[in-house]
Write a protein that binds this ligand. Sequence first.
Ligand code: ADP
Ligand code: MG
Length: 867
Amino acid sequence: MSHPFSLLVTPLRYACQRDFAQLSNVRDLKGVVLGAVAAGKGAGVEPKWLDALSKEAAQVDAPSLPERKAALLRVVGHLHEAGVPLPPELSRLVGAPVTAADSGPLFARPSAAAPPAAQAPRPEPARLEEDDDGFSAAEPKKPAAKGRKKAVGLTESKSEARLLSIAPRSGPLATPLRGLPWRINPRLLTALEKKGVKRAGDVLFLLPRCYEDRRKLRTIAQLIPGERGVALGVVRSAGDVPVRGGRRQFRAVIADATGSISVTYFQSGPWLKAKFPIGKRLVVSGELRASYTGRDMAHPEVEPADDLESSSIHFNRIVPIYPGFERHEQRAFRELAFKICESYADSLEEPLPAGLRDRLDVPGLAAALRGLHFPPDTAEVSELDRHLSPAHRRLAFDELFFLQLGMALKRQGIKADPGIAFDVSEPRVEKAKAALPFQLTDAQGRSLKAIARDMGKAEPMNRLLQGDVGSGKTAVAMASAALALQDGYQVAIMAPTEILAEQHQRTFSRILGAMGYQVDLFTAGGSAKQRRDARAALAEGRTHLAVGTHALLQEGVQFHRLGLVVIDEQHRFGVLQRQNLMQKGVRPDVLVMTATPIPRTLAMTLYGDLEVSIIDELPPGRTPVKTQVFFEKQRPKVYEAMRAELDKGHQCYVVYPLVEESEKIDLADATQGAETIRQLFPQHTVGLLHGRMKAEEKEQVMQQFRAGKSQILVCTTVVEVGVDVPNASVMAIESAERFGLSQLHQLRGRVGRGAAVSFCFLLAGYAKSKEASDRLEVMARSSDGFVIAEKDLELRGPGEFLGTRQSGIPELAVANLARDVDLLELAQQEARAIVDSDPRLDLPEHRTLVSALEERWEGRLALAHVG
Ligand code: ADP
Ligand code: MG
């Protein structure tokens, strides 16, 4: 290959794309830079360049984005001067101003406004208007409203404006709000700018959070208890009333010719009174309650009705309510949105080709946006509120489609690269299978067959192997490795942690070592000499299979002839790192394994560029784990059950959660827990394992437990990553409510590996709630990782599901990954069909796709091309 520093080009290109828009998503550039330095050293690059890069290595992961950006620019500069060929996007940056204070467009993106996509969007609770006179200082308190499904939201956090991230950045829609040909209320303008709504297009792409049905106003007599309704009335009286506990509420009476209702706010203050001047005509909207005090609305939304009836924007129609605006701003914003819809929506370029639109029978983008803001009279309000109207569906499709189109291009790009066509003839496959000490299950057999088919093709394999913990993925990986090894290629196995890497090293060398292959471990540990020797063995081809952590890709590790990369991913590696390892050889085949089953929609979104194999069957002889939820006062029962198992000679895990924010407390909990257990089980040896321990210490504790020298292992979540001790039959999980379901499932998979009946005890802490115990009961009911994953996604949303730190999940404003399975499948199917027929999107009818892709994928598209 070319210059050793070329290793850096792809990551840099990604990080620098679109004015560094992706920079906050980029992790561990330091490792990448150091890797390039090491590679450079090996290849005899001039020391001054090595020094220059080493110096930047510490800066490229700096916590402050501007500093990072500056460091990246310097790195690009060094590469340029060192004579590394750079793609135009990077060479353009050479000589760009390098100033740490320049925080410009990096922060200008309103992307943080993504909604919790997994929850079915529902109208957010009504909010009180705040006014200039300091309502926010008042201490909010929980309303005592019974029988209402949602609490009225005084304490509700601010509902943020949801901007679709696809508002065009050029053309008429890029017109700044201040440049529009009509006057906008200056206070509204300021409020909008604060939210990042700055251009006409931003308004067009701001989704209403719910809708109010003003097609038919009810008279006050017509309002039905228990239902939402909108009525118009005149304020008869208003003022604070004392309630229990010496507090005060605000109450007003609104009346029309047919009757009256009271409206109540669990608050008081002069600003409220100002909203309800006697005699003022108001539109009130909310759910009517009938109680002994009479007919009442708690926290209705109110809007002054003056002139409203003559308006075609605010009345006699379904009216949009926007997120993040005070109620009194709604009207002004609605007018602005209306004007922009009228005058600007049509200047929007339709991104979907006409053929596709016709086939799917979806409205055009401009029509969809207009319908989103000002729905037709025939629309269903409940559908609109749940973001399920045809207009919403069209936008959701767009979001998913362009995501899938990018993935499809990336997939196509990989396929187009030259890869290795392994010999996967029958005898080779049989020999690989025969290496395993058992018969493959049907599901394993299917997966191996698909992998062998991929490996036999001259195009690079890019496959995801999904399956529950213990379903036998590692065994399949081992057989795949045997295929590559038999063909004279090297194999790399990447594990997310050292413990797991060591375990893989043991397993792989037991099986493949017997076939005569050399399996070596690459971690950050050991002496410098050991590491050097190991690297030499790998570079010379004496090591056939390298198992390692990040160290495998960071230390300038060179392979002799790398053919297959297996990534045991568990969500811990980012796309970038996957990318990086793939550059280590001539496009090796790649097999990614995920140990947490991922719901189909997430897999399609995260790994849409990969082919997917699923192992949905456990090896024979497993007994399902009996799972039970216990509350704090039942703790003795848990110990009793543990004792019974220990008496049978089995072993137990006791797991404590470890949450980054409260690491100290959690650690103290685990340490304290170990002490308690030691006192409770004096005849047994208790080990303690947590992430703060040194690698050797950890290994020692694990070794002890594995050998049965300790019978109880108290640990933080480090065991999650795949410890295999068949004699362990109990897993007790402390504060189980703090874990996600998928994580619990994965922990649970650590027991039930032997033939004995195993148990999982979930201890719900003191802070148990009905919701928490319902959630935990899902664990007791199901042992299917995919079912649990779906439920988990539904409950927590994609960001939480994957762990927010490195989810890599795109922000979706309308589409919902827990719900829109059908749309996503359609989007993938259509996107792949388009790319199959026109791999570079050269056809004229695909021109709009290219520009839309560029707008929407931003930096990530570069990855699509090079990946
Ligand atoms: P995973 O990687 O999916 O967690 P492993 O491949 O580590 O699963 O398998 C879990 C356990 O089951 C291991 O002890 C392995 O030896 C065993 N195993 C895997 N496949 C089979 C099979 N087909 N028949 C019997 N035992 C199996
Ligand atoms: Mg495993």
